[in-house]
Design a protein. Structure first.
Length: 281
C-alpha cells in the first residue's frame, strides 16, 4: 500500500506546487491590499455599499470588508470551495474509475494486493495532496500577515483553511462515491460539479430570500465557515462535514470491493451496483 501511496503522491507533485504556491502568493499580497483598503476606508466603504445585494450575496453576504475576517472571506474564502472543489472532484472521480476505463486497473488488482489497499493508498495520497496545497497556501497567508504586522496568529489563520479542507472532503468523497455508482468518471465529475455549483448558489441566494433556508439545510456550503472561522471555528459544523465525508468514502469503498471491474468506460448514466451473493451461478 505504501508503494501505491508514494507513487500517487509523487505523481501529484506538480499539482501540489502549482496550486499551493499560486494560492500562497495570492494570500501573501492580500494583506498588502487590505492595508491599502484600510487607509482609504471612507471612500471604499461608500463604493462597497453601492454594490447591489445580489452581487454581495455571492461573496459572503453582509460581511464587514474592513475586518480581517470579512476581508479574507470576501477576497479569498468565499470562492475557494468552487475553485479547489472542481480540482478535487476531478481527481476523486478519476481515482479508480479512470484506470478501470483504460483497462489498466485489472493488471493492478491481479497482483497480490487487495482492492482495499489499492484504494486506501490512492485516497490517502489525494487527501495528503489537498492538505499540502492548503498548507502551502496557509504559509503564504502567515508570511503576509507577519510582513504587514497583522494581529493574527498562525492558528487563527489556519482555522479558515480547516473549514475549507472539510468542505473539500465532502465533495471529494461524493465524487468518488458517484464514480463507483455511475458508469464513467466523466458522469461522476459532471454530477458532483453540478451539486457543488448548486450548493454555492443556494447558500448565496439564501442571503436574499429566507424562503430558501429549508433547502439550504441540505446544502454542504451552509456549514462552511470560510473567513469567519478566523474569529471562531465551529467544531460541530466541522464534525458534520467530516462525518458525511467518511460515510461517503466507506460506502464507495464497499461498492468498489463488492462489484465487478468495468472496462472501456461505456459512458452515459447507467448505474452500477454491487451484485448480491447468490444471483450468479
Amino acid at each position: 500500500m505504501f508503494a501505491i501511496f508514494k507513487r500517487r503522491l509523487l505523481k501529484n507533485w506538480l499539482m501540489i506546487l502549482g496550486w499551493g504556491i499560486g494560492l500562497g502568493v495570492l494570500g501573501y499580497y492580500l494583506f498588502n491590499i487590505y492595508n491599502t483598503f484600510f487607509q482609504r476606508d471612507v471612500n471604499l466603504m461608500e463604493l462597497f455599499n453601492a454594490f447591489p445585494e445580489e452581487v454581495l450575496a455571492f461573496f459572503g453576504g453582509n460581511v464587514d470588508l474592513f475586518t480581517p475576517s470579512g476581508f479574507l472571506q470576501l477576497e479569498f474564502f468565499s470562492y475557494m470551495p468552487i475553485v479547489l472543489g472542481i480540482m478535487v472532484i476531478t481527481a476523486a472521480a478519476n481515482l479508480i474509475s479512470k484506470d478501470e476505463e483504460e483497462g489498466s486497473l485489472e493488471l493492478i488488482v491481479a497482483q497480490p494486493i487487495s482492492r482495499a489497499k489499492v484504494f486506501t493508498g490512492r485516497l490517502l495520497a489525494l487527501i495528503l495532496s489537498v492538505v499540502l496545497i492548503l498548507a502551502i497556501a496557509w504559509s503564504g497567508f502567515v508570511l503576509g500577515a507577519n510582513q504587514n504586522e497583522f494581529d493574527l496568529s498562525p492558528v487563527e489563520l489556519a482555522q479558515p483553511f480547516i473549514s475549507l479542507f472539510a468542505i473539500l472532503m465532502v465533495f471529494l468523497s461524493l465524487a468518488f462515491l458517484l464514480s463507483m455508482i455511475l458508469s464513467s468518471s466523466n458522469s461522476a465529475s459532471m454530477i458532483s460539479g453540478f451539486l457543488l455549483i448548486a450548493s454555492y448558489f443556494i447558500s448565496s441566494l439564501v442571503n436574499l430570500d429566507e424562503k430558501l433556508e429549508g433547502i439550504n439545510r441540505f446544502s454542504p456550503l451552509k456549514y462552511y465557515q470560510g473567513g469567519t472561522a478566523v474569529e471562531s471555528l465551529d467544531i460541530q459544523k466541522l464534525v458534520l462535514l467530516l462525518g458525511f465525508s467518511l460515510a461517503f468514502i466507506l460506502l464507495g469503498m464497499f461498492i468498489f470491493e463488492k462489484r465487478d471491474l468495468r472496462f472501456g468506460g461505456s459512458g452515459g448514466f447507467r448505474l452500477v451496483f454491487p451484485k448480491r451473493a447468490g444471483l450468479e451461478k
